[in-house]
Design a binder for this molecule. Structure first.
Ligand code: SF4
Length: 198
């Protein structure tokens, strides 16, 4: 039976975007196809996606239900979840009663059937392959402009880059000014870091 390399599963609140504050199960896949660093992206990756455990679909469902017997939403994240998320996983989790949100860097086109797509581009616009989403979210460091997005999305979000768990006030002010100058965008912050939750 097929196995997926899973870094961790946990139950918490969605920390970002228009669904922030809603309870969700997190399914974090191991591995990523990018290497985000201050020098190249303006901020360092803050996620440990190394290692992981090889789990079958029934094992993933069991782990999820062990975290919460009733929460319907799973957030597929990483690392880069699009490296592993496939038709079998989507259909199997739907058949088990879950709704599926995904947080992707946009570099890989996703299979159909996901219930909520967040693209947070970490590659140059011409290299973005997932061109439709519910929300597009740019993490911005102080001084970084908003690119012309190639992703078509109802919600357009700016997220100030944290340094670990610290948010530099200059970065926050920069992002506030970006949104003030571009009124069809909105600010989102990593709520879980303010709350001290996962
Ligand atoms: S795409 Fe996301 S998970 Fe991958 S290195 Fe960049 S910030 Fe980290």
């Amino acid at each position: 039976m097929k196995r997926y390399v899973v870094k961790e599963v946990f139950y918490s609140l969605q920390g970002e975007g228009v669904r922030a504050g809603t309870p969700a199960l997190f399914l974090r896949f191991a591995g990523c196809n990018q290497d985000c660093r201050k020098e190249t992206h303006g901020f360092d990756c803050d996620t440990d996606f190394s290692g992981g455990e090889k789990l079958t679909l029934p094992e993933i469902v069991e782990r999820m239900r062990g975290q919460s017997p009733s929460c319907p939403w799973i957030i597929l994240t990483g690392g880069e979840p699009a490296l592993q998320v496939d038709r079998d996983l989507i259909d199997g989790l739907h058949a088990s009663g879950f709704k599926l949100a995904i947080e992707t860097n946009g570099s890989i086109a996703l299979p159909d059937g996901l219930d909520w797509i967040t693209v947070s581009p970490k590659v140059p616009e011409p290299e973005v392959r997932q061109l439709k989403a519910d929300e597009v979210k740019y993490v911005r460091a102080c001084g970084q402009p908003i690119p012309e997005p190639v992703v078509e999305a109802e919600h357009k979000l700016i997220s100030p880059a944290f340094d670990g768990h610290h948010l530099d006030p200059r970065t926050l002010q920069w992002c506030i000014e970006l949104v003030r100058a571009n009124p069809d965008w909105r600010l989102t912050v990593q709520l879980h870091k303010f709350l001290g939750i996962r």
